[in-house]
Design a protein. Sequence first.
Length: 676
Amino acid sequence: MVSHSETGRIFEGVGNEDCLRLLVGKPPDGTTGMNNLPQGVSLPLSPHYAKLLASLARQRGFDGWLLNFESDLYGGVEQARAVAAWISLFEKELKREVGEHAEVIWYDSVILNGLVRWQNRLNNYNLPFFIPSTGFFSNYFSRPDYPSLTAQYFQTLDPIHFTGPGPRSMNDIYMGIDVWGRGSYGGGGFGSYKALQCIEPERLGLSAAIFGNAWSWETRQDEPDFTWDVWWAYERKLWLGPENADEVVKIPEQERPVPLTAFFPRRPPPNPRELPFFTSFSPGVGRSWFVNGRKVLETKNGWTDVHKSGSIGDMLWPRPTLEWEHGERDEPPPKANSKIDQDDAWIGGNSLNITIALEASQDEDAYFRCVWLPIQSLAITPQKTYEMYLVYKSSPPDGTMFDIGLSLKALSGAVVDLDITAIQTSSVLSGEWERLTIQFRVDDPLPSDVLAAAGLVIGIAQDDPTQASNVKINLGALSVYPARPPSNVFVSETVLPWAHFVPTSVPSSPLAGVLTWSASSVFPTMPIINPPSPEDPNPVWLLESTVPSLLYFNIYIQQLPQDGTLPSPDDAIFIGTTGLDGRANRFYVDQALIPPTVKGASNVRFLVQGITDRGELLPWDRCTFADVKLEQVGQDFVHGVAYREKVSVGPVTLLERFLDLVRRLVMYFTNVLSIH
């Protein structure tokens, strides 16, 4: 399936002039001379917009562009050829700006004569546009035989034609499916799986491009009481299957549709060694917002933010699969189900509720049963040490106790030597949440990554196992990342050194404006050391420096007392998070966000708190603020710096730290120079 964060470039119906401008670049301002083009040459191609669009992709953090030219090209074959040449130019600019993983995918619309003629498969008419692209996105008016015809045609192509973005495979061809059923085989909706059966991703190797995947919401959004919970139950039937394995989902001609994800092999997220893994199990929607177990926002109509979506535990759907942890038992393992819980969360808008149904048992040893619950697949590099933590909440029924441990197991029957060490067996957090932390390592010197599952070992003790009962566990957050280096290595930490507030020019909304800030890396203070021998082969310090990586930022506001005292930042009022506008370090403060208790105040403070790529809140002494002092005449804005302990603040804090560092360095180099 299309899984990259591409955006689109659409010329539809009357977009030919814009398409021409895209090719020839920005016209000059005013009147200027123009060189007459020689006879017999094509229109000039400019890299102007290719550079701008590539830069935009880098700034907004997506991986590439889907090019949708659904407008006849007035220049016919000449302009069609120019478009193909521009794609090649654009692909190079994108890889330069974004990286080698950048994608330019061509949508099946314009053909080689410049006319819009959807082919619904790959053939000679649209091949010239696929050659300079990294992928091909077919239209969805498909026949059952179009995927196989596409695969057959691709196999006849000479690889020498693909000299641009490198070798191409069947996986680079995305066959279109419309969930609304507009011309798609199978009629769309719950019948969309029929088109996937024709595409056969695993056998043919083709990919799938799914149009209109908001169908499950848009078809029912106007129904009374259609909440996010009702939507999720409907959504999961399409993609994952129903919560109840025995439920029948009725569609024309057949009563048991196949979930769409069943057609694709499980693939783990990027190796946490390269990109720390974190999820709060969010589908990107919710009614409330939680920060470390505390509800800071509750909405009437709910919120949506794709930026906040993440893995929902790829091994928990359509239902969790439990195994006995200690050997075989005569009875089958308990059954379990999973669902999104929007009433409670550790961080974000929801948690993931797992219910384990313990059947009544007459076995003599049934008073204690131990199961393994896999949650998330991971790719792990052998002989590298990782840390993993899980935040969870449990609610055992009366007469039942259980012990929960975090662990990792190899998948696919592989036998590997796993070294797992519990760092914290359990630490109690706010809101009755708990945290488990382990360190693990695959000791075997294997040549490739090991596919493993992160999960829970759950030991369940019952006073009376002859009575059936349900065990409920809520998963709040899961993170996996490289273990910290040895203690002799200085590790950088992330701080937010400053914030800046610029008001709008609307006098009636003095607290409306744009809040910006920065993120930086800092190291622990350099200790005083004795200068080593000049021949000592050991460096004076070892550094592990990383670019600050933050998932998003929570924004708060609080009223400042007139007497100059500083309230605790824990008492500030949440007003929103970043992500919706695609900017990482910017937040637009709308007057509607200001709580009534703060409106009319003469002095207020905006607070910015970052959430790291490991899902942890930056402590307040590493966060920042911006003060706004509203006077009778004009407005005065004080731009704050990072908090210090006990919330002593002021622009002198960073200066003090810097001067202290300079003094230490002077002492050190004075000692070094005195030796020579």
